[in-house]
Design a protein. Structure first.
Length: 150
């Protein structure tokens, strides 16, 4: 019986100017991927061109540089995930046009392992401007309760 092929974990490049956030994101995916972290555009571009990663996770705002340039430079086989704070709808739509997935920065550490282990669709169809209604605090009574008491 032939041995089962050993599956190597996917390679992920995380680009974020904040060193603490880079280490937090690295910890969130270190069990499912090989992770390289960068804090600037130049070192991220060098890593991206050195060996093609399966995933590129980048903040769009990289000081004087723009993370969208990294998404543009990445080969089509690399899945890109972008985020930014504060959010700019125009830049997020441009990232989606380039084929990137847009994620909220506060949810990224929790959702990144799912991105890496899931079969992603060809493109992100979500509206980057519309907020996820599950994250909005709901107060007051439900509509069904109001009708029942009226």
């Amino acid at each position: 019986m032939p041995p089962k092929p050993v599956r190597t974990p996917p390679r992920v490049i995380i680009v974020e100017p904040d060193v603490d956030r880079v280490s937090n994101l690295q910890r969130s995916v270190q069990t499912v991927a090989r992770v390289d972290g960068c804090t600037d555009f130049v070192s991220a571009r060098a890593l991206l061109l050195q060996e093609v990663p399966e995933f590129l996770v980048t903040n769009i705002r990289l000081g004087p540089d723009n993370g969208l340039h990294l998404v543009y430079l990445a080969p089509s086989s690399t899945r890109s995930i972008v985020y930014m704070e504060p959010e700019d709808p125009f830049l997020l739509r441009e990232a989606q046009r380039l084929g990137a997935f847009v994620e909220a920065s506060q949810r990224l550490a929790f959702s990144l392992p799912a991105y890496i282990s899931a079969a992603l669709p060809l493109r992100d169809r979500r509206d980057p401007v519309r907020s996820d209604r599950r994250s909005i605090p709901r107060g007051g009574r439900r509509a069904a309760d109001v009708r029942a008491t009226a």
